[in-house]
Design a binder for this molecule. Structure first.
Ligand code: DON
Length: 312
């Protein structure tokens, strides 16, 4: 892994400045309503946390309020699957940005049920299916993994959000059934959807998320317990997928304006990584038209502009 070097920053002061500047955008985005349980989110909530590989921990605002990480979970499940089956995943999921919405069905028909990448819903369903095939109790293992990487033994699923997603999950049901018709989902569709809805419902706060993703800024080693979770080359692959596909049809814009590997979720969270340095998580539930946190994007843009911390 290439380690980028930077001068020492006063992260506490930086967070205060950025929080104050981005606050004006709070309330301008639209909270996700297609999952009814998410519609209750308060658009004024706004937190930021930074965790550094040197052990620094900085936060501001509502950084200790848990929210559902939604699509950010796709990166964690992908990491678990790569650690278990490695390259075998790539015969079932691609590595190209889709240029389409996160829940789109359109490319699957002509591409024989092989999703473009593991970070859109279609690809995440296949990745979760692969986890189910390799773990007898996938949700228990997922929970143990997220507790390990976040260092928080209290992390849990939200049964309310998982149920709400199931009750309104016609898109994901269509995707899973369609992919299964091509033979690219191997387990019962219901079991795959149940695991997927649960992974999306995982409740973490900004500090938990920043800590949980830090192993990906550290060539695959979890700094909390020094355990290697991914081979360096695989950690690199996950970072590459985040930068090319982590923001769906806004991935190009995120690379352009921020230039860090990252991942968003419709719960309003965004995590971004500075390889060899740190992880930063922003949470604010108001979304833009692409399903990405409006304030989150602004914060990360300000962060890279002020610090020069970008891989480009
Ligand atoms: O499957 C869904 O639609 C949601 N559980 C997750 C989508 C999501 O987070 C997209 N991210 N920005």
């Amino acid at each position: 892994m290439k380690t980028l070097s930077y001068p020492a920053f006063d992260y506490a002061a930086l967070l205060r400045d950025i929080h104050e500047e981005a606050q004006a955008l709070c309330g301008q985005g639209r909270v996700a309503t297609y999952i009814p349980a998410l519609a209750k989110a308060d658009p004024q909530h706004f937190g930021i946390a930074i965790e550094t590989l040197e052990g620094g921990s900085y936060s501001i605002g509502n950084a200790d309020v848990p929210f559902s990480i939604q699509s950010m979970s796709k990166v964690l499940v992908l990491s678990m699957v790569l650690a278990r089956i490695g390259e075998a995943l790539w015969s079932r999921v691609g590595r190209e940005p889709s240029g389409s919405a996160f829940n789109s069905l359109v490319q699957l028909e002509t591409e024989n049920g092989i999703p473009r990448n593991p970070l859109i819903n279609a690809g995440a369903l296949v990745t979760t299916d692969a986890l189910l095939s390799h773990c007898p109790d996938a949700l228990t293992e997922l929970l143990a993994f997220v507790r390990q990487v976040s260092g928080n033994p209290g992390i849990a699923f939200s049964e309310e959000i998982a149920r709400s997603e199931r009750e309104s999950g016609y898109r994901n049901m269509a995707l899973a059934n369609f992919i299964r018709s091509f033979g690219n989902i191997h387990n019962e569709v219901d079991a795959v959807l149940d695991a997927y809805f649960h992974q999306c419902s995982l409740m973490l706060d900004c500090r938990d998320v920043a800590r949980a993703f830090l192993f990906l800024a550290n060539a695959g080693i979890n700094p909390g317990d020094s355990v290697r979770l991914l081979e360096p080359v695989r950690a690199r692959r996950v970072n590459a997928l985040m930068i090319s596909c982590g923001f769906y049809d806004q991935s190009g814009e995120f690379a352009f304006s921020v230039g860090l590997p990252g991942k968003s979720g419709v719960g309003g969270g965004i995590v971004a990584l500075v390889p060899g340095q740190l992880s930063i998580c922003v949470w604010s539930p108001g979304l833009n038209a692409f399903g990405n946190s409006l304030v989150g994007l602004k914060v990360l843009e300000l962060f890279t502009r002020r610090t020069g911390m970008s891989i480009f």
